[in-house]
Design a protein around this ligand. Structure first.
Ligand SMILES: [Cu+2]
Length: 136
């Protein structure tokens, strides 16, 4: 009987030793968040009322340094090329063929995106901005 309780004590000791080791293992720090942007591309045009319409939608993306950015891009009319300065990203998008652009926002600042393809007379107005704010 004594032998049995000694063995039980040993098992309990081992159990608590293991438990304390497991609890002392540092857990990974909260990962950077993922930012998903659903974006459409369309030819920039002058509407009937004179307003300029189309281009990238959204025209502004704001993230925090370290964020994982996913841009789900689709074109609603012709082929466009999403070109993001500073990050060396160029991605073709054709109507009916959505694409996904993934990158980590590891550079702080304001970066312009434009269309890398002559897509219409107001093609140069097809611009937007990625704003990467410093963390903390
Ligand atoms: Cu374009």
């Amino acid at each position: 009987m004594l032998k049995f309780s000694r063995r039980l004590g040993l098992v309990a000791l081992l159990f608590f030793a293991l438990l304390s080791i497991l609890l002392s293992i540092p857990r990974p720090v909260a990962a950077h968040s993922q930012v998903v942007v659903n974006m459409t591309a369309s030819i920039v045009k002058k509407a009937a009322d004179g307003k300029i319409v189309g281009g990238w939608d959204p025209k502004k993306i704001t993230v925090t340094e370290g964020d994982k950015v996913v841009i789900r891009l689709k074109s609603v009319d012709v082929e466009h090329v999403f070109s993001l300065e500073g990050y060396n990203i160029e991605k073709d998008v054709s109507p009916g063929k959505p694409v996904e652009i993934r990158f980590v926002a590891n550079k702080v600042g304001i970066f312009n995106y434009h269309c890398g393809m002559e897509c219409g007379p107001l093609h140069k107005a097809m611009i937007g901005q990625l704003i990467v704010n410093k963390k903390g």
